[in-house]
Design a protein around this ligand. Sequence first.
Ligand SMILES: [Ca+2]
Length: 282
Amino acid sequence: MLTFSAVVLGTLIWMENIVSLSPARGCEAPKVISQPSQESIHPYQVVKRYPHDKQAFTQGLVFKEGDLYESTGLYGHSSLRKVELGTGRVLALRRLDPQVFGEGLTVVKGRLMQLTWQAEKALIYRPNSLQPTGKLRYHGEGWGLTTVGDQLVMSNGTNVLVWRNPDTFVIEKSRRIRVREHPLQGLNELEYVKSKILANVWPGDCIAEIDPQSGQVTGWLDLNGLYPAASRRDDADVLNGIAYDPENDYLYVTGKRWPYLYQLAVDWKANHQKKIFKSDSM
Ligand SMILES: [Ca+2]
């Protein structure tokens, strides 16, 4: 059992009014603000641990009708995959151009949409077959992507999320994301869950829970220790993959080149200063 206090002994880097999270540290606002924590720390339980391709540099993850779809990155290794949840087996694979680095992934209007890091294009596919059906252009970097209502929400590694039209990719609004009054940098893989946007915060193993209306961080899911840092190939292999099964209310998370994908039950209403942690028994 890891206690919350053990996990959050490290504080966040605090520079020029910008919050960024350090790897293997806690997911709390900087102590130097000299205010008590105002964000909820949500307890979670590991329901099950599934195999995950440890070669997959996960950049996007989305759950659709019992299957996982995954986007992987790195030049020469990027792909789009349909993955069998129970076994981690890759059921369908579409390799990307070696010049393209895969990023965030979502399902919108029955189509899969995959971002690219610096190629400034969103790639569109049919589910199941992964047949390409088109692309849309955007300016700047692509990191995370999710679907909120009939709009897309996209991150680019900064503290800004933008809402885009799913047919044209035109930006319709944006929000600066804050921990209290402080901008939260490094917003990465996204997932819309229960009227909140969840964001992996790069680099590290923290998920921020964001109110899409205000842009305020309302809580944290602290996944430090879920897959031990000592087991990783290198420091780049951070948590980065969030998918949600609304029917059963499970969250699926993994990381870059992690051998496991975790099924989590999260209590989004609770604010525990201690998390439930069961992976030692699995
Ligand atoms: Ca996702």
